[in-house]
Design a protein. Structure first.
Length: 73
């Protein structure tokens, strides 16, 4: 629960819409375990990094933020 709460706060801080995160996760093919997704999103200067944990097809977003060390758009 704490991880999901922190992810919502971080998404709000960086103005990353929840619908965008859900869309990225729907397009990803994720197995059980922890995953790092880095995606270029229109309207963001930097790529967005989303860290998720998958357990029995339950996806928990741990955090999400602009990935400033990634490729600039």
């Amino acid at each position: 629960m704490i991880e999901a709460f922190m992810a919502k706060r971080r998404a709000k801080l960086y103005e990353i819409p929840e619908t965008t995160i859900v869309q990225i996760l729907a397009e990803a093919d994720l197995d059980d375990g922890n995953h790092e997704l880095i995606k270029d999103i229109e309207g963001f200067r930097y790529s967005v990094k989303i860290i998720v944990s998958v357990e029995n097809s339950d996806i928990t977003v741990i955090t999400c933020y602009p990935f400033k060390k990634g490729k600039k758009q």
